[in-house]
Design a protein around this ligand. Structure first.
Ligand code: SF4
Length: 421
């Protein structure tokens, strides 16, 4: 293992744009969050459009009771002719009567509920009181007004932070923050166990297992889109460990190293624990590297994973970055990542979609990472695309997923070559 020195700040010009943008809304996060927190239910308070979005994105849960639904605001609610709160209480009470397995209920706001200024925080308080001891009711917004789709998870986790119990003991603990597929969480748990670092994951798999936090808590972000969650954790006294994100061998090594150093684990011990997995990951990357090295890639802003992924593709797979667009650039959380990008790459924040499309067409990159709405039109223009949302739905963190992550980028190029034969 090569010890990785993390630089957290680098001066770099950023192209900032504020124009029309093409992204999904925060409701999308329900797709992965309802699988993660297994006793939670997500009740979207929204329109038929919201119901269609969530239903088509998440699919139908055939073998189990669904754990998300939409309370549809009717025309009369939207026109202010009825008390939407009364109807909401009726819907929630009926749901909780029928589903005693629900221990945590999220009321998820949407564009329509925000437009009519339905106060879901008051509704959550009122319903929490009614169901004290049986169900916690929390609320957050998944609205698509001025947000991007991964902010749904950020808002959801931030709403849970005040519920985390206060820790009374002195023993410092690590909290890994950000929803990870169970298989990835188990891999990290094994590595932290071998390092002797006591760790909890947030969100937990069951809402009854919320990790306790206190001023002695140190946390590592597993996802780069958790600005609000990090802020409220810091307000409760927890300390963020600055690190790149655990994508690829280098990112995963540096991420684990940040935890190891904070908990007094030597570089030698870290090396002994991670070297086998790191070596396997390097072998897995070598296949994809033959297909990706030298290829030019352009990121449209969508998932907020763009900067860490660009770092991984550039440094471990020798791809050439044309533009790395991200919806928001959190300088503190992404400082270590930005410092590792090549100096000449254009980093852009926000979007003016027509201008960005012009830049992309002029550059004619080999691969474009973008949202679903842009992918088909760009494909018809002969560009090869990768849906950014797939990167959020697929296990991509850690050593054991590094090869799969690289393959996600190699596959569209292989497909294009086959089509051209
Ligand atoms: S929350 Fe807004 S953007 Fe999302 S589906 Fe509902 S109306 Fe559309």
């Amino acid at each position: 293992m090569t010890a990785c020195e993390i630089r957290t700040k680098v001066e770099r010009p950023v192209l900032r744009e504020r124009g029309q943008h093409e992204v999904f809304c925060g409701l999308t996060g329900i797709v992965w969050l309802h699988r993660k927190i297994q006793d939670a239910f997500f009740l979207v308070v929204g329109s038929r459009t919201c119901a269609h979005l969530i239903q088509s994105a998440a699919g139908v849960m055939i073998f189990a009771e669904p754990r998300f639904a939409t309370a549809i605001l009717q025309d009369k609610d939207l026109a202010g002719l009825t008390d939407a709160n009364e109807e909401l209480d009726r819907v929630v009470n009926r749901l909780l009567e029928r589903r005693p397995d629900i221990k945590l209920l999220f009321l998820v706001g949407s564009c329509p509920s925000e437009v009519i200024k339905l106060d879901l925080s008051r509704a959550a308080l009122r319903l929490s009181k009614q169901h004290t001891g049986k169900v916690r009711v929390l609320n957050y917004s998944g609205s698509g007004i001025e947000t991007t789709f991964t902010q749904g998870e950020d808002a959801c986790l931030a709403s849970m932070v005040p519920e985390l119990p206060k820790r009374e003991t002195d023993a410092t603990k690590l909290l890994v923050v950000g929803s990870l597929p169970d298989v990835v969480e188990d891999q990290f748990q094994r590595l932290f166990d071998q390092l002797g670092v006591p760790v909890r994951f947030f969100p937990p798999r069951r809402s009854t297992q919320l990790p306790a936090i206190g001023p002695d808590t140190k946390f590592l972000l597993a996802q780069p889109f958790l600005a609000d969650t990090a802020r409220v954790l810091e307000e409760r006294g927890a300390t963020r460990l600055a690190a790149p994100f655990p994508f690829g061998v280098e990112g995963t090594t540096a991420w684990l190293q940040a935890a190891a150093r904070a908990f007094g684990v030597s570089d030698e011990k870290l090396s002994a624990v991670i070297d086998p997995a790191s070596a396997r990951a390097k072998v897995a990357l070598s296949n994809a590297k033959t297909r990706l090295a030298g290829k030019r890639i352009f990121f449209f802003p969508d998932s907020q994973l763009e900067v860490p992924l660009a770092r991984f593709l550039s440094r471990e797979l020798d791809m050439q970055l044309v533009e790395v667009g991200t919806p928001f650039l959190h300088q503190a959380h992404l400082g270590a990542e930005l410092a590792m990008l090549p100096a000449d790459v254009t980093v852009s924040e926000g979007q003016d979609v027509e201008r960005q499309l012009d830049r992309c067409r002029a550059a004619r990159p080999d691969l474009v990472v973008c949202g679903l709405g842009l992918a088909n039109p760009l494909e018809t223009e002969g560009l090869t695309t990768k849906w950014s949302i797939e990167l959020v739905f697929t296990p991509v963190h850690g050593f054991d997923q590094a090869g799969d992550l690289a393959d996600l980028f190699a596959r569209p190029l292989v497909r294009r070559t086959k089509l051209e034969v």
